[in-house]
Design a protein around this ligand. Structure first.
Ligand code: HEM
Length: 377
């Protein structure tokens, strides 16, 4: 389906069949209303995690994404303080330095492809910094991730890409086991000091945690960055307001995340027969919850198809909610606000410069986004 039709299709389905079953891809339920999605995510015992997406080729154990309470809490207890807003704020200077470095060639040239030149490398390099991995590995990390996503429907390709990805993390974990660093600043040294259910953190678990963070943390943010710059370039009124009042940046970032969420859907599995939105969902069914549709539900958001940089409150579901709420949200927000602020600091105007190429829906965003900067008046 062309991207321009996606949100009107969601709207139509939300009105006509807000909870409905499809036989597509082995069969699953679609949930589109905000209130029904809240019911699903508030009840992780009836709607279990385990299969992260409709059509996942691999049943991988991700920590903490595919776990359920009470096991899930054991890992969140360890990860929450290591990925708190305060902890990520300490990364602000490093994020600013990377943004400055990566944007410099585009600013010098008066523009370029924001998707391939900025949004593609930035989140991977920020994540490597956070995890204490070599900056030089970002290219292979992105290549592996692309293979994982493209190979999603092919178990052999997905398996090979996952194995290559895990090998990179295994090397770092082995390194920290041999020569631990300061746990206050080094992620893997910190988690290797922890115990789970009375047992020391296993090598297997440490690798799985690192692997999940890498898998979850960069393509989503790449997508959010391209969407933000696209929205800035195509909404001159919003751009004007942000240039005039930088206090709006944080709420504008939230609104851009609401408007074009990187991840449209995730899945749960029903553990018992249950009624949702007037429909009876039998036990053992896959249930796809659609954050993107919920974010435009008129029962919750006034004028949901308008981009309002000052929208308050803005209870969008782009980072999920409930026990599995995104651990990396503060880092993604930091990257978004740093990029937007830096662009506004160094340019007088930003606009599209020719045809762009949207990425596949699911992880939305852009594969190519040519932009042009005008210098400051
Ligand atoms: C704009 C960027 C991002 C978006 C839109 C996003 C979105 C999400 C969503 C919707 C979930 C919930 C999934 C579910 O309920 O099944 C989630 C979970 C998660 N995200 Fe993010 N994410 C982003 C960036 C990041 C980053 C940068 C990291 C790592 C540094 C990260 C790490 C995680 C982890 C570890 C989980 C699993 C949490 C759990 O199961 O308890 N995410 N994310």
């Amino acid at each position: 389906m062309p991207f321009d039709e996606v949100f009107s299709r969601y709207e139509q389905m939300r009105q006509q069949c807000p909870v409905s079953h499809t036989n597509d891809r082995g069969g699953y339920w679609n949930v589109l209303r905000y209130k029904d999605i809240k019911s699903v995510i508030k009840d992780p015992y009836t709607f279990e995690s385990g299969v992260p997406f409709v059509g996942s080729a691999l049943k991988e154990r991700f920590i903490p994404l595919t776990l359920n309470p009470p096991e899930h809490q054991m890992y969140r207890r360890i990860l929450n303080p290591l990925m708190s807003r305060q902890r990520f704020e300490q990364m602000a200077p490093a994020v600013q330095a990377l943004v400055t470095e990566i944007l410099a060639p585009l600013l010098a040239a008066g523009g370029g492809d924001f998707a391939s030149d900025v949004a593609y490398p930035l989140p991977a390099r920020v994540l490597l910094k956070f995890l204490g991995l070599e900056d030089s590995t970002w290219g292979s990390l992105k290549a592996m991730s692309k293979e994982r996503l493209e190979g999603r429907a092919d178990p052999r390709r997905a398996q090979e890409a996952a194995a290559a990805f895990r090998a990179v993390v295994s090397d770092v974990v082995a390194d920290r086991q041999g020569s631990p660093r300061d746990p206050e600043t080094d992620f893997f040294s910190a988690i290797l000091e922890e115990s789970v259910d009375g047992q020391p953190m296993s090598t297997e678990d440490a690798v799985t945690i690192g692997y999940q963070l890498m898998a979850a943390g960069h393509d989503t943010t790449t997508s959010a960055l391209t969407s933000a710059v696209y929205l800035l370039s195509t909404h001159p009124d919003v751009q004007q307001r942000l240039r005039a009042d930088r206090n709006l940046i944080d709420s504008a970032v939230e609104e851009m995340l609401r408007f074009e969420p990187p991840l449209h859907r995730v899945a749960r599995t029903s553990t018992k027969s249950t009624c949702l939105g007037g429909e009876e969902i039998p036990e053992g069914e896959l249930v796809a919850i659609n954050w993107a549709a919920a974010n435009r539900d008129p029962e919750v958001f006034t004028a949901p198809n308008e981009l309002d940089p000052a929208r308050t409150p803005n209870r969008h579901l782009t980072f999920g909610q409930g026990v599995h709420m995104c651990l990396g949200a503060p880092l993604a927000r930091l990257e978004l606000s740093t990029v937007i602020n830096t662009i506004l600091d160094h340019t007088g105007w930003i606009e599209l410069d020719g045809p762009y190429k949207r990425a596949a829906v699911g992880i939305s965003g852009f594969d190519s986004l040519p932009i042009r900067f005008a210098s400051r008046a």
